[in-house]
Write a protein that binds this ligand. Structure first.
Ligand code: G6P
Length: 461
């Protein structure tokens, strides 16, 4: 069987704290993929160094071999904080108001893509399948082709693909997207993002697009574009439920909330997650139903993310202010309605916390998929399952129609969703949960990896 060479900016650190909500879905998913396939995972070590060693540092941990390189401070500033997370991330999450276009960012992005292409080219052998991930490395495939690599190349985007009318605001948008046609296979989280991509290729690049098969042809090149919704590492996640850590976390939530219903949110502290809007929704709920103040406690776990970027500092301040206002207005000496927690938690702890929570609140304004929604469902007690409230703008909503689907911009909608979840009878909770859980179990990360790799192998290139 051919080896798999996976390339992504973030490489999972063994024993890192946190499941999807703390580290994003990518790292966990790729770790699961590589446990099943012989191969190597190339990415950034997460370290900055004034004079970085360009030779990758190779190590094997828990059956997964990683090759990591350090970056110079200027690389981190222009590529990671700059083009990846201040240009592409906000734009692809429809936040044109937060998008920064700096020439230096673009240059840094190209430089770091070259750097990873050089490192990858040294690692790649003739029959390897190459699988590049996410917005950090869109042009990497083209760089590898320029080095004469003939291997099969796949790319997967973990975040939304924006509508053409937004994407054209990016300087050099055509050049960026054209590089994607050097991959043999391009994958998206949902049909919606796929459609937007195909639309861009037809309208802006003048490519020949077959909507049925996802075949995009331009000049000599043909690429297949498809939707492959990602799932969780179901068996591994479920095994967490049998640990003491999970049981202790469960017990501590149950003991500390006593007769109140606990509602949980777990998100990286990112403006795409709709956290201030969520707090407005919770405030609206208490405003409308003041008699419920003693019945509901909301636990928000929000590990800080990308802290050097201004928009992330701003979102943190906004959230702290809103949480403080709600708690200030509604707390009593023996009760605080919102528990706001910045620290990350292990996957086992999260399993216990999800299971102890009767409502899961997942309300991103835009999200490629959102695996917290799937983890929350998987962790529930089948005899007394909790209710998932989910934003209709998360990729996951297309597969999770049995959740209470809400508009995350509407405080009224969130408040109404919470009320509906609190009042939902056991029979209905069970029916909805069974359907949701079937799809979370079946459409898991192993299936996702298998589908993409089989499709890539089967392509005639
Ligand atoms: C999202 C992205 C991933 C990224 C993760 C965490 O899920 O799609 O590529 O790894 O967020 O963000 P970070 O910047 O910490 O890697």
């Amino acid at each position: 069987m051919s080896r798999l060479v996976v390339i992504s900016n973030r490489v999972a650190i063994p024993n890192a704290r946190g499941a999807a909500g703390a580290q994003g879905g990518l790292a966990g998913a790729l770790q699961a993929a590589l446990k099943k396939h012989d191969g190597i995972w190339l990415g950034w070590s997460g370290e900055e160094s004034e004079d970085p060693e360009r030779e990758p540092h190779i190590q094997t941990n828990q059956g997964v071999t990683t090759a990591t390189i350090d970056l110079a401070p200027q690389d981190v500033e222009e590529y990671y904080n700059g083009y990846a997370n201040s240009t592409l991330w906000p734009l692809f999450h429809y936040r044109i108001d937060l998008t920064e276009y700096e020439r230096e960012f673009g240059k840094g992005y190209e430089r770091v893509n070259d750097l990873f292409a050089n490192a990858a080219a040294d690692l790649i052998e003739e029959d390897d399948l190459i699988w590049v991930h996410d917005y950090h490395f869109i042009p990497l495939g083209e760089r590898l082709r320029a080095k004469g690599l003939k291997n099969k190349l796949a790319f997967f985007l973990h975040i939304p693909w924006p509508p053409t009318r937004l994407l054209v605001s990016l300087p050099y948008h055509e050049r960026l997207v054209r590089t994607m046609l050097e991959y043999d296979l391009v994958g998206f989280q949902s049909e919606e993002w796929l459609e937007s991509f195909l639309h861009f290729c037809r309208k802006e690049l003048g490519a020949d697009v077959d909507e049925e098969t996802g075949r995009v042809s331009l000049g000599e090149r043909t690429t297949i574009a498809r939707a492959y919704p990602i799932g969780i590492d179901y068996d591994h996640f479920m095994a967490q439920g049998d640990t003491d850590e999970a049981r202790q976390a469960y017990d501590s939530v149950v003991a500390s909330t006593r007769k109140r219903i606990s509602m949980i949110g777990v998100d990286r502290l990112d403006y795409s997650k709709g956290l201030p809007e969520r707090m407005d929704g919770i405030a609206r709920f208490f405003d409308r139903y003041p008699e419920k103040v003693r019945d509901l406690v909301y636990i928000q776990i929000a590990p800080p993310s990308r802290e050097s970027i201004d928009s992330y500092q701003d979102i943190r301040e906004t959230l702290e202010r809103k949480t403080g206002q709600i708690n200030g207005a509604l707390s009593c000496v023996d009760l605080v309605p919102i528990r706001y927690v910045n620290q990350g938690h292990s996957m086992a702890e999260l399993f216990g916390i999800y299971r102890a929570s009767k409502i899961g609140l997942v309300t991103p304004l835009r999200d490629g998929m959102n695996l917290v929604a799937k983890e929350y469902v998987a962790a529930q007690d089948p005899e007394d399952p909790g209710v998932l409230i989910l934003s209709r703008f998360a990729g996951a909503a297309l597969q999770m129609q049995d959740a209470i689907l809400i508009n995350p911009h509407s405080a009224d909608d969130i408040a109404h969703g919470i009320r509906q979840a609190m009042d939902m009878p056991l029979d209905e909770r069970k029916e909805r949960w069974e359907r949701l859980n079937d799809s979370v179990r079946e459409d898991n990360v192993a299936e996702w990896t298998r589908d993409i790799i089989e499709d890539l192998r089967a392509l005639e290139t």
